[in-house]
Design a binder for this molecule. Sequence first.
Ligand SMILES: Nc1ncnc2c1ncn2[C@@H]1O[C@H](COP(=O)(O)OP(=O)(O)OP(=O)(O)O)[C@@H](O)[C@H]1O
Ligand SMILES: [Mg+2]
Length: 256
Amino acid sequence: MTELGSDTRTKIAIREVCKTFETKKGRVVVLDQVDLDVRSGEFLAIVGPSGCGKSTLLNCMAGFEPITSGSIRIDGVEVDAPSRKRVFVFQEPGILPWFSVWDNIGFGLGKMPFEQKHEIVMRYIRLVGLDGFEKSFPSELSGGMKQRVEFARALAVQPDVLYLDEPFGALDALTRLEMRAEILRIWGETRKTCILVTHDVEEAVELADRVAVMTPRPATVHSVLDNDLPRPRSADQREFRALKDRVFEILGVRRG
Ligand SMILES: Nc1ncnc2c1ncn2[C@@H]1O[C@H](COP(=O)(O)OP(=O)(O)OP(=O)(O)O)[C@@H](O)[C@H]1O
Ligand SMILES: [Mg+2]
């Protein structure tokens, strides 16, 4: 387990967070005493059983959902609302179908002189490898390309935390592999703090510096596993398989 409260590199400090939803059928306790530190500039993956509360935790960290008790601080400041400094990349790209690639990326930048906006938009179009497609509309792009627009849109506002909730979920298997490599390249170039929620344990082990494993609902963080394997990582490596097996073991999944 990561020691809490003593690390100067802490970007996000989550302490004893509980989250309940009041529904017509009664109260649903989703998060129960979640403690987690996210370090500045790290790539953290969160895995857990389906429905345990991963998206809820991410929504609370991003300020979209209020927590019931406990605290979530980013750079020492309590999170109480969404912020442009912390952006979400959704599973289904949130890009607007009637806007071109350029307009989709420029949209979030708000009002600024055209030259300045163009410079920023083109920088991020190049970063995600979409040069030449700036005038295209989403309907003219593949799933992977739409996901690239989504990343560019998110990065262009220069957030310091990127929340990724199953961002590759809607992509086919090959495109998923390609986009995993792309997100690593982009993360390497920008060094944003990245928090990835995924149900894919292999994806978590391939990408993350640390893997937080959650328990079934009401969920808490069972353990945070360090992953120091050098990149690029291969699922064939013995250490890779060992870490994957350890995550499955914590999740209570018997394999082989
Ligand atoms: N707005 C809401 N109102 C009531 N219950 C909710 C709400 N949002 C989530 N829940 C409940 O909280 C629990 C956790 O949901 P959440 O979407 O966070 O899980 P998850 O781990 O992301 O699941 P998945 O792996 O399927 O994406 C579920 O039981 C869900 O029904
Ligand atoms: Mg979810």
